[in-house]
Design a protein around this ligand. Structure first.
Ligand code: ZN
Length: 608
């Protein structure tokens, strides 16, 4: 017998006080008393967030009469047994200015299902209807709805009813509400929407659409048509300094800064726009790699507790590798610009002492307690599976290309994983990738014995053979000292005057002062006793500001001794530092055409 769907209704009842009201109707509750639970985390962001802490009030009724509800753990409620329809009413506080939660004020609303929709235990595989109501009042007349959920019965504004196959589907389509800008385009025949929540004065819409369309086409063609969705929605909240994104099966929620958008009359790809396009490519690539090709540990997700996998390097690292690579392959940036981005990733990993402490598999496994919970010592004890994962992906790609005489590449491995595990993920009985399966597929596709490389690159802290592999595609590497705190990496033709001396600390601007964020292991700063959190005051009697450290250090040479004063909490302390030489931890990359075979391998790699 086909049972009626679960019915969720959400209304932005009080934009000024950031509250959504939700009504959940369960046609056939469990006989012993229906349990309801809110997820403790949102897929794609591996940290326990306990969304239930924002549930403000909750009550249940049956045939108009109140039903007792008891809270039985931090995110689970149980209603007393009833026969027939049970209705739950609750409100949720929504003021999370990120892509991971829910937000509501008079300008805009946004929610992820994980923050607002209680799962009906034992019935999470049933279809759902979602009804989205507009806020009341003249001020909200221009509000619309954007979401990748398929509509069932909606007005032109988008308010109305949507449907979801099951709970997992319901919470995988974030919803944007407000008077936003909506652009449309098609890629490989698939309809795409591009939503920008913010007034965008003089936005070069044509250029933005053209560039994003190229990215989408490039990625669809990499995995092979057809795309795994009928429609895809990009939604970006534009703020003063926002940055971030979260992937979903047919959409992504993004944040970017105002200066990242291309304006009419601008030419060239400014670096904030390049970064935003890289983020777009990253989240779009995830629609294949992690939303469909996914670890068995996430199939299905257990949303009540941490889900452990040693494969996050493959899902985040490989996606990070392909995001910027997509921009050059799609012709949006040139090879020199791509190599600058790659050099910055190499530099970032080279400047992380934790790469000699934590393996990539350990970084993946411990995401929940390490990468997502950074502190002042993270740089010394851990490595990001995004950055080092991207470098392993690069090494794997270049190794496969070289060892198979350019017949195979990482693209073939991704396509094989797609065919084997990803393509049909949301149809039938989905199975994810077993922890040892990724490596087996890579060996089978390429015919190469890759196990020793995986052992070295994923399960040890041995350095990666980056210089040698980059040389195989005609890319020269330059390892040099940093020329100052703003130097993030990149090729330097002339010898710029390097600061010469090194403290081994990083700081953040705090109202014009420099607050130490990290002290690197084995550095002069660490040896002196300086620590993360200390507020720098003076160097040899001269005031240290947030931006003058390079200037203050310019006259010194390695081996010189300096006195530094700093506040630890409210106690002024003095530290003696013996300055060291700048380590050669800054990387530049440049193409060379000295060797035609290598140059043409590089052309193929970069899609030129
Ligand atoms: Zn990602």
């Amino acid at each position: 017998m086909k049972q009626p769907p679960l019915h969720y209704r959400i209304a932005p009842i009080a934009p000024h006080s950031h509250q959504f009201a939700v009504t959940l109707t369960v046609p056939a509750p469990q006989t012993g008393g229906q349990r309801f639970a809110l997820p403790a985390w949102i897929p794609g962001s591996y940290l326990i967030r306990d969304f239930a802490r924002h549930v403000l009030s909750l009550r249940a009724e049956h045939q108009g009469q109140p039903v007792a509800v008891e809270k039985i753990d931090k995110h689970t409620w149980q209603a007393a047994p009833v026969t027939g329809e049970l209705v739950l009413h609750y409100t949720v506080y929504a003021f999370d200015a990120s892509v991971r939660g829910a937000y509501l004020d008079k300008e805009r609303g946004f929610f992820n299902g994980c923050s607002v929709f209680l799962a009906v235990e034992g019935q999470t595989d049933r279809p759902c209807v979602l009804e989205i109501l507009p806020p009341e009042g003249k001020a909200f007349r221009a509000w619309q709805v954007a979401t990748s959920l398929p509509a069932q019965a909606t007005k032109a504004s988008g308010f109305g009813r949507y449907r979801a196959q099951d709970y997992d589907d319901l919470i995988d389509h974030p919803v944007e509400l407000g008077p936003f800008t909506r652009l449309h385009f098609s890629a490989c025949g698939v309809a795409h929407e591009f939503v920008l929540a913010a007034p965008c004065l003089r936005l070069d819409e044509e250029r933005l659409v053209r560039d994003v369309q190229r990215i989408c086409t490039q990625i669809i063609q990499l995995f092979g048509e057809p795309a795994p969705f009928d429609r895809y929605v990009f939604m970006t909240w534009v703020t003063v300094d926002g940055y971030g994104g979260l992937e979903h099966r047919a959409s992504t929620a993004l944040m970017c800064s105002r200066d990242a958008l291309p304006l009419e009359g601008e030419t060239g790809v400014k670096s904030a726009y390049r970064q935003y396009l890289g983020l777009i490519a990253h989240e779009y690539f995830h629609a294949w790699n992690v939303k469909r090709i996914k670890p068995a540990a996430y199939a299905p997700y257990d949303l009540h507790r941490e889900n452990y996998s040693r494969l996050l390097w493959a899902f985040e690292g490989i996606t990070s590798y392909y995001d910027d690579l997509t921009l050059v392959r799609a012709g949006i940036i040139d090879p020199a610009s791509y190599l600058e981005l790659l050099a910055q990733t190499l530099t970032s990993v080279a400047r992380t002492p934790g790469q000699q402490v934590q393996t990539l598999e350990a970084s993946s496994f411990d995401a929940w307690i390490k990468l997502y919970r950074p502190d002042e010592n993270s740089v010394n004890c851990g490595i990001s599976y995004y950055t080092k994962g991207a470098l392993v992906a690069l090494c794997l790609d270049l190794h496969i290309r070289r060892e198979t005489g350019q017949r195979h590449s990482l693209d073939d491995v991704m396509r094989a994983l797609w065919q084997r595990r990803g393509r049909d993920f949301y149809q039938g009985k989905p199975e994810g990738i077993a922890e040892d399966e990724w490596e087996a597929v890579a060996e089978a596709v390429t015919g190469l014995p890759l196990k020793p490389l995986f052992d070295a690159w994923l399960r040890s802290t041995a350095p990666l053979p980056l210089q040698e592999l980059l040389a195989s595609v005609g890319v020269r590497s330059q390892w040099r000292p940093s020329y100052g705190t703003s130097d993030k990496g990149g090729w330097v033709d002339s010898t710029k005057p390097a600061t010469g001396v090194w403290l081994g600390l990083r700081s953040q601007n705090e109202q014009g002062w420099a607050r130490i964020s990290q002290v690197l292991a084995e550095s002069p700063a660490q040896a002196s006793g300086l620590s993360g959190g200390d507020l720098l005051v003076a160097l040899d009697g001269l005031k240290i500001s947030a931006s003058n450290l390079d200037t203050l250090l310019a006259p010194y040479r390695p081996g010189d001794t300096v006195q530094v004063q700093a506040f630890r909490r409210d106690v002024l302390k003095s530290f003696t530092l013996v300055l060291a030489a700048q380590p050669e931890d800054t990387v530049g990359l440049k193409r060379s055409d000295d060797d035609p075979a290598r140059h043409s391998a590089g052309q193929a790699w970069l899609g030129q």
